[in-house]
Write a protein that binds this ligand. Structure first.
Ligand code: SDX
Length: 428
């Protein structure tokens, strides 16, 4: 028997259905609340509000569980590849050997971008932030593939738009970096796998042989898996709400890139390294910075700590922390900020303020240390997050479209002026 919630408003009481998900999560369905009571709910930041039913990613913040289509993040990070995980997220099942090979071939067929995209790239000054370049180039795809503007085209045509952006995003990301360093861009090398091709486009220099280090390529592949989806986070909710107006996939993804840019979201990975560098410059006094993080009068926050959902630990942070040790060891890189990061984590684990608020390292706390060891500059860290999150954004956009979800349009509680007559300038 389906459970119901009962609310009393004044003398009246109302019953609302309770929906239950496949993992036992429950939600009060308020779809008919305003119609039957004239009253809405209010929940800034949607901390208590579910926006959809989704079959893509399951999180349990109390137990630190993260699964993509039922497969644990630990299993996938250990055994899968980013391209296989992208297929899983977008199409719902792990691919057969043939399906995976076809998927890889399809992607390789579309890695090249129209030469005129370079004219757009050349219009950016070298100090343009790579995230702004990336979101602009993704939006530009709507000009080169006008058929992508209609999300109601056939499944095959929508799938071609999906393949195209999966294939071209690494090219755009690498070109955004080349624009920043003032180097000529590199064209994709389809003999290489997804991550190796990206690294070669990023770091190869004219007239020099560039060999991809498999340690670097494998570390990057694992990082992209760990970032691939995370249910209804800020940028994914942005992709969904933009897509709900029947804006195109590329317009929705570009909006997601811009939402991810913020330092409270995907921009945190860059902010963590800047914070750790500041603490190092300041003599490494982690206790001083922990006090600043707890001081309500101090705007400083411990970047890379805390999470809206994870109130125990972020399983991705545990995997990345171990990978950081492995990768730096294999590459023979000594990074003093890694010790500062571990010191901060150790102190936070026994600090009442952090314990009371259940603040633990999140995915962004250690990832920047690996990116830096791989030779990726700080302002490209969030671009790497976007590269990883792309299949998740695509999967969530596709699910929202296939479920014919209504246009997203939240209500509000108005707290402004009541009705008042116009007053002429002379009388103000
Ligand atoms: C990502 O949602 C996702 O899934 C996101 C993500 C994904 O994969 O898509 O996981 C990726 O965005 C990870 C988060 C990266 N951001 C940061 O590391 C920035 C630092 N963290 C915070 O700003 C904060 O923890 C958030 C934004 C992550 C979560 O914010 P909430 O859920 O709105 O919590 P809050 O800001 O209301 O904080 C609750 C309390 C407050 O103190 P009180 O008012 O109760 O006294 O905890 C404090 C906050 O001041 N707090 C922190 C803190 N984070 C929260 N205090 C110091 N340092 C911090 N980092």
């Amino acid at each position: 028997m389906a459970q119901k919630a009962e609310i009393k408003i004044g003398e009246n009481s109302y019953e609302l259905p309770i929906v239950e998900g496949s993992e036992g999560e429950q939600g009060i369905d308020i779809g008919k609340l305003r119609g039957s009571t004239g009253i809405i709910t209010l929940d800034p930041g949607f901390k208590n509000t579910g926006s959809t039913k989704s079959a893509i990613t399951f999180l349990n913040g109390e137990k630190g569980i993260l699964r993509y289509r039922g497969y644990s993040i630990e299993d996938l990070a250990e055994n899968s590849t980013f391209i296989e995980v992208a297929y899983l997220l977008i199409y719902g099942e792990l691919p057969s050997v043939d399906a995976l090979n076809t998927f890889k071939t399809d992607i390789k067929t579309h890695t090249l971008v129209h030469e005129d995209i370079k004219k757009i790239l050349e219009g950016f000054p070298s100090n343009a932030h790579p995230m702004g370049v990336l979101s602009s180039l993704v939006t530009a795809l709507t000009a080169f593939y006008p058929e992508s503007l209609d999300p109601n085209r056939s499944g095959d045509e929508v799938n071609l738009s999906i393949i195209r952006i999966l294939a071209k995003m690494p090219t755009f990301a690498a070109w955004a970096y080349k624009n920043e360093v003032g180097h000529p861009v590199n064209y994709p090398d389809n003999r290489l796998d997804y991550c190796s091709n990206f690294l070669k486009m990023m770091f190869a220099l004219p007239a020099e042989e560039y060999e991809v280090d498999p340690v670097v390529a494998n570390a990057l592949d694992k990082l992209l898996i760990l970032h691939a989806d995370h249910e209804q986070n800020c940028s994914t909710s942005t992709v969904r709400i933009v897509g709900s107006s029947q804006a195109s996939l590329y317009a929705s993804i570009s909006a997601g890139i811009n939402a991810l840019w913020g330092p409270l979201h995907g921009g945190a990975n860059s902010a963590v390294i800047e914070m750790l560098e500041n603490i190092k410059k300041d003599g490494g006094d982690t206790k001083k910075w922990m006090s600043k993080a707890k001081d309500k009068d101090d705007p400083f926050r411990l970047m890379g700590f805390g999470h809206r959902v994870y109130k125990n630990f972020d399983p991705r942070a545990k995997i990345i922390k171990k990978a950081a040790d492995d990768v730096l060891d294999k590459l023979g890189v000594q990074d003093p900020v890694l010790d500062i990061a571990k010191g901060l984590e150790q102190e936070a684990l026994s600090d009442q303020y952090f314990v009371d608020r259940k603040l633990y390292p999140n995915v962004d706390f250690y990832s920047g240390i690996i990116y830096r060891a791989l030779g990726i500059p700080v302002d490209m860290f969030t671009v790497m997050f976007a590269l990883g999150r792309l299949p998740g954004w695509i999967a969530q956009w596709k699910e929202m479209r296939e479920n014919n979800e209504p246009i997203g349009r939240p209500r509000q509680i108005y707290v402004g002026e009541n009705a008042r007559p116009y007053v002429s300038p002379e009388d103000r």
